[in-house]
Design a protein around this ligand. Sequence first.
Ligand code: URA
Length: 481
Amino acid sequence: MRVAQLSSETDFDGWRRAARRLRLEGVPPDQALWRVGAGDLFALAEGEMGACAHAAGAFTVPPAFPALAADVVCHRSADRFSRLYNVLWRLKDEPRLLEDRADPDVADALRMAGEVRRASHKMKAFVRFRLLEGVAPETYVAWFEPPHHVLERTAQHFVKRFANLRFSILTPDLCCHWDGAELAFTPGARKEDAPAADPLERDWLTYYASIFNPARLKVAAMQSEMPKRYWRNLPEAALIPALIEAAQERAENMVASEPTQPRKRAPSRTTVALIEAAPSPGDAPGSLEEIAAGVQACRRCDLWRGATQGVPGEGPAHAPLMLVGEQPGDMEDVAGHPFVGPAGQLLDRALAEAGIDRGKVFVTNAVKHFKHELRGKRRLHKTPDAGEITACRWWLDNERRLVRPRVIVALGGSAALAVFGRAMPIMKSRGQAMPLEDGAKGVVTVHPSYLLRVPDAAAKAAAYRDFVRDLTAVAELLRFK
Ligand code: URA
């Protein structure tokens, strides 16, 4: 019997070296024993010491095998190393073995690889960081119990996402720690080593409960996306049983109740006056006041029907910077001013941190009327479609023509479509200055309400910092051009 000693549960390189040697020496799978733990990387059972000295030569494997093996090694089953070696052994005489998905050894390996990839994917979705209270610098800790050994392969995802934060992910097998510069691994921890909650958690639970739609509940689909084994570490999971139980009654009540009318106000006298003063459709407005009037009278699409009023852009007539949002929200629709609600407050904070004075910015939206649907008494935001954005672009183009900003920032996808005239990959192109046809520079970044929706504390803090970083780049652009 030959013993291959691997240095850790995920020692893929060790497995590969040992498997290569065993195969070159002609050691069949039932004569190879795989062990994990301290010891020589490749130990030989007593009495067989001489054999390995003759191991030399080369063989090839199908290109798909190394990737498959790297996945399977991270599986939690105790016999994964020997099963893999068995497949490698068989490849000697059956070079096309991997193509036979019905072969039991191949099918098992593919299943294990799939389970590992799925565990890594779920880890990306279900790790919930909590702020360590009273610790400086700011540090976030998450407790997670992956079904397979996926921490090392998944840690880079979190490093990329939260590059500027300090965080640890604790698991029973292994922990990782990112200090903003280096990723370190330490042995496994206990659940009690991570904080049980943090100050943001209540807000997140309130938000989760409020977006839970009882009329759209599909328990099986939900449990397949969010398997129960992950629930114990997801704060929102504590709400799920009660939400499911109440769902039917809530949905029935929703159906039975009359739709509530939105808080729609009669247009103010100023609005009426503006409508009367509006340029006739087709005439290019000659001033921002004419745009404001024209927006009130606009019938370019149907959104005016459900809205309290149109919300034109606001700011200095020749502001060097124009910020374009998506559309007015519930509060903006009532107030008649852009970005005055929660997203606006977040935007104000981020602008201030980036050194931009909102008073010097022309703030507007791609679409000037609030698109929404009624849910009980609430008016829920609905994303405008490309037709509505295109119809309303006429107003934005006129605002651009009159203000002539040097830099235009599109906040989110709808704004990017309106500013650039084409869909933009926000995360890929964010923060970069791109030339626009009118000579201005265009920059895209996320919409501030995206930041409001990010569930966990670390993700929210990271997303906010990235947003401020984009706005800081905009401030630099304005300073140097
Ligand atoms: N979201 C927007 O895109 N614009 C606003 O004015 C408010 C919220």
